[in-house]
Write a protein that binds this ligand. Structure first.
Ligand code: NAP
Length: 247
């Protein structure tokens, strides 16, 4: 299988890449800084290709996916993303623009590159790592919640639109995973899971081509309830003890 993982230089993307590499698949990863890739990875994994790509740059993304795929791509996982980190009451608009650009436009660019190589063959699988943060508007994480809500809805629409083209679409919505992204968080992270365990769960969901996979189950249960609360009740509860603002 040929698998392209954006943002595969660290965290969830890299843990997932290693599973596919160890199964013997051809894997490409990309990021802006390839020095972050685990040292010795290129020697250990002969089936690994690394591309220096900024996912907000459409031309760079399309060129890398074309170069790797050469018209044949089985799976694309859009994992590249960022968060703001600290939860502030007043938005940091510069960081918010970057979050939306990377997390939403980055996914669109990656899907465009993948579909260019999948649609002519009428087969393939595209997936994105959204987040449970996209299921509600989280206090102190407006741009991150909004970006992940966009990814959840993009994937939901695409899964129907591309059904007739035999393209499968999966959206993965994890809770807290221990990666460089969350290691800078200064708030509590219930049910924090290792990146390796998360990747194993994601791989199983991708194998089953699930349209939506939310995990861990404890976070899924909480989000299921929060999503369905009357919005006044949700705002009331979230503004009190759980807001977790940094400042
Ligand atoms: N960790 C969690 O708790 C959690 C929970 C839910 C969802 N997620 C989502 O899971 C995905 C992976 O996050 P992670 O936790 O694994 O974080 P991470 O370890 O910080 O990895 C982020 C990856 O994205 C890449 N990246 C960031 N901006 C990029 C850009 N403009 N162009 C290309 N690559 C870029 C980074 O590489 P470079 O820095 O080299 O560019 C890195 O490889 C993200 O979409 C995140 O929102 C994470």
């Amino acid at each position: 299988m040929k698998v392209f993982i954006t943002g595969g230089t660290t965290g969830i993307g890299w843990s997932l890449a290693k599973i596919y590499l160890e199964e013997g698949h051809q894997v490409a990863i990309c990021g802006r800084d390839l020095s972050k890739v685990e040292s010795g990875a290129n020697e250990k994994y002969k089936n690994l290709t690394c591309y220096k790509v900024d996912v907000t740059n459409r031309d760079e993304v399309l060129a890398a996916i074309d170069d790797f795929s050469k018209g044949e791509l089985d799976l694309l996982v859009a994992s590249a993303g960022r968060s703001v980190g600290s939860k502030t009451r007043t938005p940091n608009f510069e960081a918010a623009r970057d979050v939306i650009n990377i997390n939403v436009l980055g996914v669109l660019n990656s899907f465009e590159g993948a579909l260019k190589n999948m649609l002519p063959n009428k087969r393939g699988h595209i997936a994105a790592i959204a987040s449970v943060a996209g299921m509600v508007g989280l206090p102190g994480a407006s741009s991150y919640s909004a970006s992940k809500a966009a990814v959840l809805k993009l994937c939901e629409s695409f899964s129907m639109d591309l059904h007739s083209e035999n393209i499968k679409v999966s959206c993965i919505a994890p809770g807290f995973i221990d990666t460089p992204l969350t290691q800078k968080n200064d708030h509590s992270m219930p049910w924090l899971m290792s990146s390796e365990k998360a990747a194993r769960k994601i791989k199983k969901a991708l194998d089953r081509k699930l349209p939506l996979f939310v995990f861990p189950w404890q976070m899924k249960t909480v989000m299921f309830i929060l999503e369905r609360l009357p919005r006044w009740m949700y705002r009331f509860f979230m503004q009190l003890p759980f807001a977790n603002y940094s400042k």
